[in-house]
Design a protein around this ligand. Structure first.
Ligand code: BES
Ligand code: ZN
Ligand code: ZN
Length: 490
């Protein structure tokens, strides 16, 4: 694992490739260590740098700061309006810059503010730098991945005990985030239900987590008829993976995490167009989040009993594919008329949520790249949350706010429920109305959740970042495990 050090020094004696120095705009620069503030002031006095949020200036062998090859000034904007998220993301941008320059040994000065707790600021700085430290090159023929060799945080005299204590949680969250990025970026030719399940088995063994893989026979026996139907047009047969982490001491709570694991979504016979299919190898992000989160929780020995369910299928076409008009008898017994084979995620989750509801868990949380409409509603920088238990929704939303992985709640609208009714079967898998597609999809899922069960559903609009920004590279954002771990640890 990457060597991370937290020191209470100023950073002026740092020896390495780059010292990242966050600076506030305005005249409030006196809290920077002296030698460093001199440099920053010079650049600002000559009007080359205003320290606007996200503004960056690299300086080669800066005057008076001897040991570092480069100093990278990064603006955080006005001190009065700064937040932990801005710090995490601002530092993340600077770290991405350093990573691309192939600077290996990195120092970061943690900014002192008058409004935020030092330890929370230090944690945000570490998270920003570590989340940015990611470069996927497994599919390049040349070149090694760019990676930091060392990250040193300088608190400039502030107490570092709390952020040191938090470091394992931060590192586990970052590793899980990167794992989700890896899995979601892996082409569907390499990652399909069986190979995903094999990876899960391997990881589970390493982390001493229980792992059961249900193959087609087991799925038939278990009545996972919707999972089987979605998967029946592919040469890659479906799997359901069940992970079980139990803490050594008696757990206070039992949580079931359920993930949509469509390893490729062609749309089936309701075929997607070429452009919409480009990113559909990432339609298993929910399952990847479940896998990465359970492993991280086990590693951290969190005092929560966690069951993870991954519904793994490939939504493809051949002569055996399921068709519009087919009626499926779901695991719950409710029948579903399939009017669009591209609304497959909700079918897979219908069986899994019904299965999860049998476990008598305190909470069920499902995660799914369920609707394109979620992207229309909130964009790719926010995830949608809805559910039957307002307290649960709010505690997850708070964890999202604290971790910088934002969740925005959409309502369950009872007036819409009749839109899901089918003249032929109990339900149909689309409403036929575009408006409110994220809400009606969530309400479809709700039909399979046990009554009275505390449940929340996360529609992962933020799974794929259409552009590089802050600590996120282009492509899979890896969001999910960090807000879940924050919530579970709480
Ligand atoms: N996996 C997609 C949802 C999706 C699309 C996520 C684009 C991220 C980006 C899902 O299976 C799907 O195709 N949903 C349809 C539902 C529709 C047929 C009611 C959609 O959103 O278009
Ligand atoms: Zn689909
Ligand atoms: Zn899908």
């Amino acid at each position: 694992m990457l060597n991370v050090e937290i020191s209470s020094q100023t950073g002026k004696d740092f020896e390495g490739d780059v010292l990242i120095v966050p600076v506030f705009s305005g005249r409030e620069r006196h809290r920077l260590p002296l030698a460093i503030s001199k440099v920053a002031r010079q650049v600002m006095d000559e009007n080359d740098f205003k320290a606007d949020y996200g503004e960056m200036v690299p300086l080669h062998h800066p005057n008076g700061v001897k040991g570092t090859r480069w100093m990278l000034l990064v603006g955080l904007g006005e001190e009065e309006t700064v937040s932990l998220n801005r710090i995490r993301k601002g530092l993340g941008s600077a770290a991405r810059y350093a990573l691309k320059r192939n600077w290996k040994s990195v120092g970061v000065v943690s900014p002192s503010t008058s409004t935020l707790d030092h330890d929370a600021v230090q944690s945000a700085v570490i998270e920003g730098a570590l989340l940015a430290n990611y470069d996927m090159v497994s599919f390049k023929s040349k070149g090694e991945g760019k990676q930091f060799s060392k990250v040193e945080i300088f608190s400039n005299g502030d107490d570092t005990r709390k952020s040191r204590r938090r470091l394992p949680l931060i590192q586990a969250g970052v590793a899980a985030c990167h794992k989700v990025r890896d899995l979601a970026a892996t082409p569907a030719m390499d990652l399909y239900p069986e190979s995903f399940a094999e990876q899960a088995q391997k990881l589970a063994k390493q982390h001493k987590v229980g792992c059961e893989v249900m193959d087609v026979e087991a799925l038939k026996k278990g009545n996972f008829n919707c999972v089987l139907a979605v998967g029946q047009g592919s040469t890659r047969p479906p799997r359901v993976v069940k992970l079980e982490y139990k803490p050594k001491e008696k757990a206070k709570r039992h949580v079931v995490l359920v993930g949509k694991g469509v390893t490729f979504d062609s749309g089936g016979l309701s075929l997607k167009d070429a452009a919409s299919m480009e990113t559909m190898k990432d339609d298993m992000t929910g399952a990847a989040i479940v896998l990465a989160t359970v492993m991280a929780a086990a590693q951290l020995e969190l005092p929560v009993h966690i069951t993870g369910l991954c519904g793994l299928v490939e939504n493809m076409n051949d002569g055996g594919a399921y068709k519009p008009g087919d009626v499926l008898r779901s695991r719950s017994g409710k029948t579903i008329e399939v009017l669009n084979t591209d609304a497959e995620g909700r079918l897979v989750l219908a069986d899994l949520l019904h299965y999860a509801s049998e476990m008598g868990a305190d909470h069920i949380v499902d995660l799914a790249t369920l609707t394109g409409a979620a992207l229309i509603a909130v964009g790719d920088g926010v995830n949608v949350i809805m559910g039957t238990d307002q307290k649960l929704v709010e505690s997850l939303r708070d964890a999202g706010g604290a971790s910088g992985e934002h969740l925005w709640q959409l309502p369950i609208v009872e007036e819409y429920r009749e839109l899901l009714k089918s003249p032929l079967a109990d339900l149909k898998n689309i409403t036929g109305i575009r408006w409110g597609g994220t809400i009606t999809a969530g309400m479809f899922l709700q039909e399979f959740v046990g009554s009275g069960q505390s449940w929340a559903h996360v529609d992962l609009a933020g799974a794929w970042s259409g552009k590089e920004r802050d600590y996120r590279p282009f492509g899979p954002s890896g969001e999910g495990p960090r807000f879940l771990l924050e919530w579970l640890a709480d």
